[in-house]
Design a binder for this molecule. Structure first.
Ligand SMILES: CC(C)(COP(=O)(O)OP(=O)(O)OC[C@H]1O[C@@H](n2cnc3c(N)ncnc32)[C@H](O)[C@@H]1OP(=O)(O)O)[C@@H](O)C(=O)NCCC(=O)NCCS
Length: 212
């Protein structure tokens, strides 16, 4: 299936340069983490419509049109002066291939601080290489240092061991367990809640820097 970029009628031509100028771009050893753009549609659709990848998540799309609608909303946030959604594309630095998406939504914002919830999705070919831990480590730095948030939360289905491990490896602490919280695949599933405070992240960073 060939997908074209989002037609300009969805994003006014006058807004186009603004989108490009304000794009956030972060880097790690192996990754480029940047704001989404129209030309990501084909890759975006690949993961967001993948039933295996979205097995534990309700967000899945079932058509290119739905994926496109979702991507447009994501891109519109890039220039929102009251931006609350930071959902980035993850690219492998070496090949520049789009390999997944990672980011967070600010749930509660007070003057100069706030709480956000993060999420992450990685194409199957790249699983079990520590990529998402690397990405979330950078995302935490951005959220705490650039945006001055005071807490990042994350949650996952109790059966989603890979996701729980990512949270633990990134220093999140378990805050609770919601019993039979989500109806998934014909059964009620428990949900795990994790969180990390800015001060915990800072201490963790100090220890890591001290040990290396
Ligand atoms: C969850 C997900 C993002 C993890 O990405 P990843 O880059 O493979 O994770 P990492 O390689 O950083 O692995 C983190 C840890 O989880 C472990 N892990 C990975 N897959 C696992 C699995 N299926 N079962 C148990 N542990 C697993 C890894 O071994 C690693 O631990 P280790 O370093 O001690 O070996 C990826 O599996 C994914 O995209 N899943 C589908 C989408 C999803 O569920 N997102 C989370 C929504 S809440």
């Amino acid at each position: 299936m060939h997908l074209t970029a989002i037609p300009l009628r969805y994003i006014a031509a006058s807004d186009h340069k603004r989108y490009q100028d304000k794009m956030i771009r972060l880097e790690t050893d192996r990754l480029i983490i940047r704001d989404h753009k129209e030309s990501d549609l084909s890759d975006y659709h690949k993961w967001i419509s993948d039933s295996d990848l979205m097995y534990y998540i309700d967000w899945k799309t079932s058509s290119v049109e739905e994926s496109q609608k979702d991507l447009i909303e994501t891109i519109k946030e890039n220039t929102n002066p009251n931006r609350t959604n930071y959902f980035f594309a993850m690219l492998e630095k070496e090949t520049k291939s789009y390999i997944g998406a990672v980011g967070f939504t600010i749930k509660s914002k007070k003057v100069n601080t706030g709480i956000a919830e993060c999420g992450y999705f990685l194409m199957k070919k790249y699983w079990r290489k520590g990529i998402v831990v690397e990405a979330i480590t950078k995302i935490l730095e951005f959220a705490f240092e650039e945006l001055n948030l005071h807490k990042m939360t994350a949650s996952c289905d109790k059966e989603n061991k890979a996701s729980e491990k990512v949270m633990q490896k990134c220093g999140f602490l378990k805050e609770g367990e919601l019993r039979k919280e989500k109806f998934h695949h014909n059964k009620w599933c428990d949900r795990l809640l994790y969180g990390i405070l800015k001060e915990e992240w800072k201490n963790q960073k100090l220890i890591t820097n001290h040990c290396t």
